[in-house]
Each structure stands twice: as structure tokens, then as C-alpha cells.
Design a protein around this ligand. Structure first.
Ligand code: SAM
Length: 119
């Protein structure tokens, strides 16, 4: 494995784990988070943009998507996963985490769609 994409890279804590060893990309919507990430992890290449668009010009060997999936409604969740697959090398690795429906906070706030709440 040589390259990793971190969709929704925040301030860079995920990318920093990889960037010493792999060519690492972070895609992030927040300008402020992106600025912090660039300072925190100078080895990664950060791209300002949405994970709902296919941004990378090259395919990566792995995608590490930490705590992003549950931020979106179903249509955009499918778009995020489809974009990830499009940017992944054949036989590449996908790693996704998501908020658990067993978490004590599950069910808080308005119901947005089945199984998805505002908070
Ligand atoms: C819960 S945080 C997780 C950040 C990072 N994965 C981590 O573990 O530190 C979600 C991040 O996704 C970013 N984000 C939300 N929607 C996005 C989008 N459509 N495209 C890119 N980034 C997005 C937010 O700005 C935030 O930094």
C-alpha cells in the first residue's frame, strides 16, 4: 500500500497517522479545519472540497473514512461511498467508521429519515 485518502480530514489527526509512511490526501470542506490540518500535518496534501465530489486525479490504495458517513442522509451516504469506490484502486482497502445506533445519544433530536436523527 502506498497512498491513502482521508475524506473529511478535519484538523488532520487521521492523516498524520499515515503521512509519515504513505502518500496521504485529505479532503475537507472547512477552511478553518484545513488551515489547522496543514500546520498539524505538513506531509499530507490537503484539498479544499466536498467528499460528495470525486476530487482526486489519481486512484489511491486505501481510503480511511472516520466518523463521516453518519453526517449525511441516505442519498449522500451512497454518493460518498460511490465516490470513494471511484477513487480507489482495484483491490484497494476501504475503512469506514460510523456513529453507533447503540450509542446513548442515538435518537436525539428530530428524526430526519429512518434511523437518522438531527443530533
Ligand atoms: C466528525 S468530523 C471527523 C473529522 C476526522 N475524520 C477526524 O476523525 O478527526 C467531520 C469532518 O467532516 C467535514 N465535512 C463535513 N461535510 C463535508 C463534506 N461534504 N466534504 C468534506 N468534508 C466535510 C467537517 O468539516 C469535519 O471536519
Amino acid at each position: 500500500m502506498k497512498s491513502v485518502l482521508v475524506p473529511g480530514s478535519g484538523y488532520g489527526r487521521n492523516t498524520k497517522v499515515f503521512s509519515e509512511e504513505f502518500k496521504t490526501f485529505g479532503v475537507e470542506l472547512s477552511v478553518e479545519a484545513l488551515k489547522m490540518a496543514t500546520e498539524w500535518d505538513s506531509r499530507s496534501l490537503f484539498i479544499l472540497g466536498s467528499v460528495l465530489d470525486s476530487i482526486l486525479e489519481e486512484k489511491v490504495d486505501a481510503i480511511y473514512c472516520y466518523d463521516m458517513l453518519h453526517l449525511f442522509l441516505e442519498e449522500d451516504r451512497r454518493r460518498l461511498v460511490a465516490n470513494c469506490l471511484e477513487q480507489l484502486q482495484p483491490d484497494g482497502w476501504l475503512y469506514f467508521t460510523s456513529f453507533s445506533d447503540e450509542d446513548a445519544n442515538n435518537g436525539c433530536g428530530a428524526l430526519l429519515e429512518p434511523g437518522t436523527y438531527e443530533i
